[in-house]
Design a protein around this ligand. Structure first.
Ligand code: FES
Ligand code: MG
Length: 583
């Protein structure tokens, strides 16, 4: 292939004006089996941004897949250089994995900007790894393609599917109700993780990989392939081949991550029943590529779209079923049939979303429903506002019949309810006090979690979905309305109102709330308001500021302190403010 454009890596390896530096760059890379001729030949140099490690078990299979990526790269005439990305593991990282998304982003920007790379393969998987890598690729804007590690195989226990995370929420209730013991709880949870790969439910990992494909950043049909499947290996090989071509075509993230692409991703998120973490991450990616994506787009574009994918926690099935039923292309094709997809959006294979998905069919209608037979109508997020926060979201696709009957059944006002607040300051406070009868929690109570946002609990904790006290669970009340400034795991089936911005730690309205205040929620109007006067609210705000603001725990590491000083709120992506100007 003749190259008319000079590749980026030539500035390191072929710089006649500075032969000193060129020789210095060249000699170290020779140490791992690349010949001098090859390095000087003008072959594209492709980075493999490796997120797999023993600390990142969800992505660990990428260590194997990288071999197939390399083969693809070499066969197309490229040179592969694999390098590590700061590990992020959703369930193991303290205090939160959310803290590390922006750190991995920063590290990866430096790696791909500062080294002789012409293109990069992004090995995505566990929740935060996918957005961190897409954010970095957006900032540096060199040809990039994502490869999902794929979900785990389906989990099974006593003949029923056990889904990652979702089974934990259910198991906790069974444990609180005395239906299982500690040993039984651990066995039940372990059954949901039968193989390598990421969470097999429609949690944040499956969501963000589906959305990476819907954005056009992944080969069509590849997001849903389970990690251990042969097809996954083959996909790694084709991803390696394709990135070399993308470098020759100079197909960059800015050609793919357009406003149309983000609107497609929002539509797909509703149809798959995607995670409430998606608006945060998509806002972050959009800001790093310079696209305006207000939170209101989620309601304007996403809310009317029905739920088509029957995966836990909103539905019944798991990752293997999703892949066999047709994965993302089958979902996109259903939405395309209704004119809900911007078909001209470009994708990594050099074709448009419309070209890639037009012929895709549903292979199992129990798992992916046709558009006219949805699992739920209007399944997207609601965006809420009021005197406790400027913006928060609610995942309506997981509102259960039980919840609807208890809170949304007033015939005169079917979308509104109110009740007394019980306020917790962070997850530790909640765990200490939840089962204390002195709190006086009743089925009318609204439970609030604050101090759990990007500043308060650095990175924002996934803690807003709170189980009711054990005494209520034994009486059959399995869920209470939960509202908070933290996040919630995508594997949770709770219809919480969450990601409230600004958070209490930024002295947002939640910091003014007191246990016993009455709060009214109106889903039709999209409001959440504490029912006290503006004067009282002002007086409380004055007292809070005089007392030094909302108190939160001290930082334990340098990065916690650095990020707390510059991180933005979740409604605008919780990015490092100021970093977007380098897009
Ligand atoms: Fe890593 Fe769910 S914990 S994907
Ligand atoms: Mg999570």
């Amino acid at each position: 292939m003749t190259e008319t454009r000079k590749l980026r890596s030539r500035a390191w390896f072929d710089n006649p004006d500075n032969i000193d530096m060129t020789s210095l760059y060249l000699e170290r890379y020779l140490n791992f089996g690349i010949s001098l001729e090859e390095l000087r030949s003008g072959k594209p140099i492709i980075g493999i941004a490796q997120t797999g490690s023993d600390l990142s078990p969800c992505n660990r299979h990428h260590l194997v897949l990288a071999e197939r990526i390399r083969e693809g790269i070499r066969e197309m005439g490229g040179i592969a250089l694999e390098f590590p990305v700061h590990p992020i593991q959703e369930t193991g990282k303290r205090p939160t994995a959310g803290l590390d998304r922006n750190l991995a982003y920063l590290g990866l920007v430096e790696a791909i900007y500062g080294y002789p790379l012409d293109g990069v393969v992004l090995t995505t998987g566990c929740d935060k790894t996918t957005p961190a890598l897409l954010m970095a690729a957006a900032t540096v804007n060199l040809p990039a393609i994502a490869l999902s590690v794929g979900p785990m195989l389906n989990g099974w226990h006593k003949g029923e599917r056990t889904g990652s995370g979702t089974i934990v929420w259910k198991g906790r209730q069974m444990l609180a109700a005395g239906e299982i013991d500690d040993e039984g709880f651990i066995k039940l949870v372990a059954s949901s993780a039968p193989s390598t790969g990421y969470c097999n439910t429609m949690g944040t990992a499956t969501t963000m990989n589906s959305l990476a494909e819907a954005l056009g950043m992944m080969l069509p049909g590849s997001a849903a392939i389970p990690a251990p499947y042969r097809d996954r290996q083959e996909c790694a090989y084709h991803t390696g081949r394709r990135i070399v071509q993308m470098v020759h075509e100079d197909l960059k993230p800015s050609d793919i991550l357009t406003l149309d692409a983000f609107h497609n991703a929002i539509a797909v998120n509703s149809a798959i029943g995607g995670s409430t973490n998606a608006p945060i991450h998509l806002a972050a990616i959009a800001r790093h590529i310079g696209v305006e994506l207000p939170l209101s787009d989620w309601q304007d574009i996403g809310h009317k779209i029905p739920l088509l994918v029957n995966l836990q926690p909103a539905g019944e099935y798991l990752g293997e079923d999703y892949y066999r039923a047709g994965g993302v292309p089958a979902v996109v094709a259903q939405l395309m049939g209704q004119g809900l997809i911007r078909e001209n959006a470009m994708t990594v294979n050099g074709k448009t979303m419309g070209e890639n998905c037009r012929a895709a069919t549903i292979e199992d209608e129990k798992v992916i429903r046709p558009f006219d037979q949805p699992i739920k109508e209007e399944a997207g997020f609601l965006v809420l506002t009021g005197n406790l926060f400027d913006a928060a979201i609610m995942k309506t696709s997981v509102i259960s019949e039980e919840f609807r009957a208890r809170y949304l059944s007033n015939p005169n006002d079917p979308e509104a309810f109110e009740g007394p607040a019980v306020v917790f300051d962070g997850p530790e406070d909640y765990h200490h006090r939840i089962d204390d009868p002195a709190l006086g929690i009743t089925p009318e109570t609204l439970m609030f979690m604050r101090g759990a946002g990007p500043i308060g609990y650095p990175g924002a904790a996934e803690v807003v979905n709170m189980r009711p006290p054990a005494y209520l669970i034994t009486e059959g009340v399995s869920a209470l309305p939960c509202i908070g400034d933290g996040r919630q795991s995508g594997t949770s089936g709770s219809p919480s109102i969450l990601n409230a911005s600004p958070e209490a730690a930024a002295n947002g309205g939640l910091a003014l709330l007191k246990t016993g205040d009455r709060v009214r929620i109106d889903l039709r109007k999209g409001t959440v308001n504490v029912l006290i006067s503006d004067e009282e609210l002002d007086a409380r705000r004055k007292a809070l500021i005089e007392a030094g603001g909302y108190a939160y725990p001290a930082s334990q590491t340098p990065w916690q302190e650095i990020q707390r000083a510059i991180v933005g709120q979740m409604n605008t992506g919780a990015i490092l403010e100021g970093s977007e100007k380098y897009q």
